[in-house]
Design a protein around this ligand. Structure first.
Ligand SMILES: [Zn+2]
Ligand SMILES: [Zn+2]
Length: 287
């Protein structure tokens, strides 16, 4: 072995080395005047149970350490796996935040489409419309196709509407449940602040409402409300329409009452592009 001498070497200093078998190599100073030998002379064949034989290198080619490189394929597999785990965790966090943001009432939160028991034809139709709305949502969204559940109290309208919203949120789609009263309250909560700030906040809320892939509006027409309330509701419905986003309207009113409450123009829009009215006209399911 030929070596170029370095005077007073410090730890990590390098010098050229020459191995009879493998030729030139870089020799490092390990301190205490100790220099590393030809790294290739220190290689050895190791067998990985999964990937077969590979060359393991002495990682710190000095006498003081015995550290050998592991199977690179195993290392790469582990790296990819941990990357995937990280991605999955991020996705799960994102989904959990979408489900939280959907604001489904506690009473309906655990309910799913599968929980919706059907005994009458009407219930079976309602369930199949709800299932189709979730399964084909990409199409319904593209067509801004709305859905209206209206009819008697206790027939499971809110159950189905919440199950739709939750399923969509779980598949990564931003949705939000509101009763009309909650919606009006949220909009009004942005008032009473300094004008410039308030208008900005209200417009931000409207912007968020416009960005939702599905807005569920429950208890539409529970009470006729003031003219101002109806104006606000109309504003939100117009915004959704303009932004080509669907709304699921839930109401205890009959169709004609709903027309009176929302106005012909909005009801017509709810039916556009094949928007469905599902009439819940069977007896109450609540015992
Ligand atoms: Zn060598
Ligand atoms: Zn391996």
């Amino acid at each position: 072995m030929e070596l170029t001498e370095i005077k007073n070497p410090t730890f990590g200093a390098c010098r050229g080395g020459m191995c009879e078998k493998h030729g030139a190599f870089v020799s490092k100073c390990g301190g205490f005047g100790e220099w590393t030998d030809c790294p290739r002379c220190l290689e050895r064949d190791v067998t990985c149970e999964k990937h077969g034989t590979f060359v393991s290198e002495h990682l710190f080619p000095s006498e003081t350490y015995a550290c050998w490189t592991r199977c690179q394929k195993c290392a790469e597999e582990e790296r990819l796996k941990s990357q995937e785990t990280q991605k999955r965790q991020m996705r799960e966090q994102h989904i959990a935040s979408l489900v939280r943001a959907a604001s489904i009432p506690d009473r309906f939160y655990p309910k799913t489409l599968a929980d919706y028991k059907t005994t009458t034809d009407g219930e079976r139709v309602a369930l199949s419309v709800a299932k189709n709305y979730v399964e084909e949502f990409a199409d319904h969204l593209a067509a801004a196709r709305c859905l209206v559940f209206c009819g008697c109290l206790g027939t499971g309208k809110t159950h189905l509407a919440c199950a739709i919203a939750k399923s969509l949120a779980q598949s990564g789609r931003p949705t939000r449940y509101f009763t009309v009263q909650e919606l009006i309250r949220s909009l009004r909560a942005t008032w009473g602040r300094p004008t410039s700030e308030a208008s900005e906040t209200e417009s931000r809320l409207l912007q968020r409402l416009g960005a939702l892939e599905l807005l569920v509006l429950d208890e539409v027409g529970v009470q006729f409300g003031t003219e101002a309330e109806r104006t606000q509701l109309t504003e939100v419905m117009d915004l959704r329409y303009r932004d080509m986003k669907p709304t699921l309207v839930v109401s205890n009113c009959e169709r004609e009452e709903l027309k009176k409450y929302l106005g012909d123009r909005i009801v017509d829009r709810l039916r556009e592009n094949g928007g469905k009215f599902v009439i819940f006209d069977w007896p109450s399911r609540r015992v």
